[in-house]
Ligand binder design. Sequence first.
Ligand code: NAP
Length: 282
Amino acid sequence: MITGTTKTVGIIGWPVEHSLSPALHNAAFGQAGLDYVYVPLPVRPNELGSAVSGLKSLGFVGANVTIPHKVNIMPFLDEIDRSAQQVGAVNTVVIADGRAVGYNTDAEGFVQSLFTAGICVKGKNAVLIGAGGAARAVICGLHNHGVGQLVVAARVPEKAREFASGFSEIKVEVQGYGWDEAEFCDALDNCDILIQCTPVGMFPHTEEEIHFDWARLNPAAVVCDLIYNPPLTRFLLTAKARNHQILNGAGMLLEQGALAFTLWTGVKAPRQVMADVLQQDR
Ligand code: NAP
């Protein structure tokens, strides 16, 4: 029951009506017996600053941040935690004593989803397809856990190179190639973990698939797709048919949420109930 002492958390984005996070976190708060409620908060891009002030004025204890606000919210916060500085984006805000602090749980959430699936990161070679915000978080998470070589491929070679060069300030070595370039195919030979980081194949465009030379991919490589809707993209179905271990984005969604839950409450997240919510949505 919501009362005068209930603590409030929200998700700010534009749009937010399709977000699974309210169901995920309300189920988790209930399971943990915590007097918290989580609400969707549609915030137009030009109202981001006033929305952050509003969260503070209204006594919110935190928020998630989603598209298109993850980068643009940063100047409106009082402090940026190292996790968000590294990724250059905030997906979680903690508000205490009138101060809003921005964190990023996507990077660590991705790696935790690998660990849960029994996949080791240290010293492994990773290849990413796609050079956007999610790819940057994945690279930071992998780097923090001692990954070996990091290669990024994008459809436009210049974009891949520019993206890769953006990691020098945090001293992470990343090679960027166009996905038709020979160096990318060479990287596939030695790849231990392949991660699909574009929206290609996501609902409702489930017939779309990234095409590359599967025959070049190390047969022992684990194949991941950050997409969780549908649970099995065409990309993952192809990987499965070629006997690769596969992993979709549901684990990352769960783990980033579990980390955010702990930041707001100081309590370990009830991950099974959160996993059940995500499963029900399928
Ligand atoms: P983004 O910043 O927009 O980046 C998308 C990347 O994909 C860019 O490199 C873009 O290339 C490329 N791309 C887009 N459409 C393409 C197409 N039709 N063909 C080839 N490349 C294409 O997006 P993002 O935030 O990184 O998100 C990427 C995916 O990750 C989305 O599906 C998102 O839902 C998923 N995601 C999942 C989680 C999770 O918790 N599981 C978390 C975050 C994101 P160009 O620059 O050339 O357009």
